[in-house]
Design a protein around this ligand. Sequence first.
Ligand code: CA
Length: 244
Amino acid sequence: MEAAEKKRILVIEDEIHIADGIRLNLSIKGYQVKVAIDGIDGLEQWRSWEPDLIVLDIMLPMIDGFSILKTIRQEDEKIPVLILSARGDTKDKIKGLRYGVDDYLSKPFDLEEFLLRVERLVKKKDWYKEAGKDKKPVCEMFDGSHYDFGDNHIDFVSFKAFCVAGEIVLTEQEIVLLKLFIANKGKPLSREMLLAAGWGYSRDTSTRTVDNFIVRFRKYFENEPKKPVYFISRRSVGYIFDHD
Ligand code: CA
């Protein structure tokens, strides 16, 4: 690994033997590591050094781990934070999750598990960077458990539709497309967007695939599939899902 490519990990931990153990093991794995032994030092190093991951203890001198996490999240929603805490109780975990922690490990922890979690979190940072590079249109997705329109009822938990055509078991792609349509009710969606949502860009599919799905949706949900009122075509735009 080139020195310039080394990922930076800031360890905020006041127990010297734990901090040293972590530093040693992360260094062996090829990470650049700095240790802060109290809360103030931790926040200072976070600002000045711009680490790729923070390993954070809860019980710390000066400023406790939760307050550090809160401060960090006000300025940076994305830097991965792994809490290492002696306190393994659920309340602390929930508090940590509420403040935006990415992962949580109770002491004493298994070294191998710790290193695997670190590896995963560091990748997460890269993923955010990639995602920021080519900003794709943000797809809203319906996240309810069921939905009704006209004489149709869709159950997203059991993947079933009770509709004009009877009871139908929906495929995963049909579910994704339906959620996308519902979340964007009344707004036109391009074939490309529907294709990306249902199949991703990489697959060898064409926008014709989307048209075939719409034909199916109309058979399932429209009283008169040839005269659709819910899944409507918009020339040169794509499709609109709408209902009263
Ligand atoms: Ca501590």
